[in-house]
Design a binder for this molecule. Structure first.
Ligand code: ATP
Length: 253
């Protein structure tokens, strides 16, 4: 069963075709990874899905719904969450506060209710806290719960960013280079978290990643791009053995 589908999508920046007519589908409960050399179009595909860019051609489907024209803020409400290549957290707030902010997409109360602090607001506030605490336990962040982001190591911040995305209870989690800036040990931990997110939470993951050890460990399917086009799609082993992929990584395409 397909959760997300891109159909013949393209994006042009002036004369550059950053993404040039690609199609792929992500099955529910799997990890799907986009790889490719620098400038291949990976980030542009991500920005298309999270609706930062509009495609100049093609359609995007999520959960059997056409999301092509939807504004970015509606995407989170549908169940798509993302992390960024460069961490985007509130530096001077605690881990818990950052996670509670991550729950924003789930707020079911209205402003006037917030103002009056009605029982409905109190109930939803408690639910937000419960969810945040649950995610803190799941990602083993209890020791950092009340620390300010600015005082945490880069590796822990990456896990907090993951936690914030999980707090929105997404069906599809978009991870933009989850290993970037991490050392070998932290990258191994990240791989375990991604596997747990898939297995224990049943969340579908679509990621862009450079680190092939991480890609091999967690991916069910891999899509290789170059110059905005698909070079190969398949299992991690199939894609890495594909002659066009080998050539692109050696710089010969
Ligand atoms: P990297 O691994 O370096 O992050 P990438 O595969 O994510 O690369 P993109 O960032 O999607 O590649 O870029 C694809 C192409 O589109 C590149 O030629 C890039 O220079 C160009 N590009 C990306 N964003 C823009 C933009 N906002 N304006 C103009 N050109 C852009």
């Amino acid at each position: 069963m397909t959760l997300f589908r891109a159909e013949d999508i393209a994006v042009r920046f002036g004369g550059i075709k950053a993404v040039d007519g690609i199609s792929f589908g992500v099955e529910r409960g799997t990890v799907f990874t986009i790889i490719g050399p620098n400038g291949a179009g990976k980030t542009t595909v991500f920005n298309l899905i999270s609706r930062i860019y509009d495609p100049s051609q093609g359609r995007l489907w999520f959960d059997d719904r056409d999301i092509t024209g939807l504004p970015a803020h509606e995407i989170a409400g549908l169940g798509i969450a993302r992390t960024f290549q460069n961490i985007e957290l509130f530096e001077h707030a605690t881990v818990l506060d950052n996670l509670l902010l991550g729950r924003h997409a789930h707020r079911g109360t209205r402003l006037w209710q917030d103002f009056l602090f009605t029982p409905a607001v109190r109930r939803s506030e408690l639910a937000h806290r419960r969810k945040a605490e649950e995610v803190i336990d799941f990602l083993d962040l209890a020791a950092h719960r009340d620390s300010h982001i600015a005082n945490l190591s880069y590796g822990v911040r990456k896990v907090v960013e993951l936690a914030r995305a999980l707090c929105t209870e997404p069906k599809l989690l978009l991870l933009d280079e989850p290993s970037s800036g991490l050392n070998v040990e932290e990258t191994e931990d990240m791989a375990f978290w991604i596997e747990d997110i898939k297995k224990d939470l049943g969340i579908t993951v679509l990621m862009v990643e450079h680190d092939m050890t991480l890609v091999n460990q967690v991916s069910d399917r891999v899509l290789a791009l170059n110059y905005g086009r698909i070079l190969a799609e398949g299992t991690p082993a199939e894609v890495q053995a594909h002659p066009d992929v080998v050539r692109a990584y050696l710089g010969g395409v």
